[in-house]
Design a protein. Structure first.
Ligand SMILES: Cc1cc2nc3c(=O)[nH]c(=O)nc-3n(C[C@H](O)[C@H](O)[C@H](O)COP(=O)(O)OP(=O)(O)OC[C@H]3O[C@@H](n4cnc5c(N)ncnc54)[C@H](O)[C@@H]3O)c2cc1C
Length: 277
């Protein structure tokens, strides 16, 4: 609460471990007297290098649904190795980098377990649904600011005898961006409303739908912003290039597009997703 320490979430592993499919989880927590011993390899743990503590997902059994457990691990505990910060396409936000971490026989006591043994997959989902919406809120803010900057440019810059905003192909880009941002706001608002009503489980496919829609629109709005600003848009004089590099991760982090599409299609086909019509 005082903002003195940060945490990192360690789920993703290098192949053949957990990634788009968390059931590939390889990091293991072995039961010992009074606690567990954790061995494994994680990467892309945002802020892992400078975190005060890590939330580590590890396998505690081979049960398909209850095989994973979340552990709170002191970042500086014996056996926790910060291998490196991984260089990525985008600049780090708030100085947090994507860390590669190894766990060499890390000893934790029973009270390091979040919830109960076997709750790992369910707790991760419970955490990820609201987390997705806060991503959407930030990305919508960024897309909205980008569109305002486009408005300022296309209403003042002239080509072929008129301001850019009078060319219909420019109007199409503006209309697409405005409609996508508006739809993204509605999806995010609706899903947040479901969470507020206590429908966390039912909200899951809507959070996937919102996350995919907003991640894609952010990339396309930034791509069009670069186009509408010409070479200025491609330059480092404006922030679009940096924002675009950052935005591209949105379609991978917290589950790639394809995995969220699978959730939306599956729940729609099972009749678990009602469209607002
Ligand atoms: C900036 C950033 C921050 C991140 N922060 C964290 C973090 O803090 N903690 C953490 O644990 N992880 C984090 N991640 C990791 C992220 O959650 C994973 O990268 C993501 O879940 C995909 O896993 P993977 O990279 O192993 O892809 P893989 O599992 O190797 O999949 C590769 C690609 O295959 C395709 N694919 C996979 N399954 C299917 C399918 N069923 N159908 C069709 N196509 C499919 C997708 O295109 C996918 O991108 C972060 C990633 C990034 C980029």
């Amino acid at each position: 609460v005082a903002g003195e320490i940060t945490s990192a979430f360690c789920m993703t592993e290098p192949a053949p471990g957990a990634g788009a499919d968390p059931s590939n989880l390889r990091t293991r927590a072995t039961r010992v007297d009074g606690g567990y011993v954790i061995d494994g390899h994680k990467w892309y743990s945002t802020g892992g290098g400078d975190a005060g503590f890590l939330i580590v997902m590890a396998r505690t059994s081979d049960d398909a649904r209850r095989g994973a457990t979340l552990f709170v691990v002191d970042r500086h505990a014996e056996g926790v190795e910060h291998v490196r910060d991984i260089g990525t396409m985008g600049e780090p936000l708030l100085a947090h980098r994507e860390a590669e971490m190894r766990f060499h026989g890390v000893r934790v006591t029973d009270d390091a377990v979040l919830g109960a043994e076997g709750d790992g997959f369910a707790l991760a989902q419970r955490r990820l649904v609201p987390a997705r919406l806060t991503h959407c809120m930030r990305w919508l803010g960024l897309a909205s600011r980008t569109l305002e900057m486009c408005k300022a440019y296309v209403t003042t810059r002239e080509s072929f005898g008129q301001v850019l905003a009078r060319h219909q192909m420019i109007q199409k880009k503006i209309a697409d961006a405005a409609s996508a941002i508006h739809a993204g706001n509605l999806m995010t608002f609706h899903c947040a409303w479901m969470l507020e009503q206590g429908h966390a489980k039912e909200a899951r496919p809507y959070s996937s739908m919102a996350k995919n829609h907003v991640a894609r629109l952010l990339c396309s709005v930034l791509d069009d912003a670069i186009q509408m600003h010409g070479s200025l848009g491609y330059s480092e004089d404006l922030p679009f290039a940096s924002w675009y590099r950052h935005a591209r991760a949105a379609r991978i982090a917290d589950g790639p597009d394809e995995v969220h599409d699978i959730v939306v299609a599956r729940d729609f086909l099972l009749g678990k997703l009602e469209l607002l019509v």
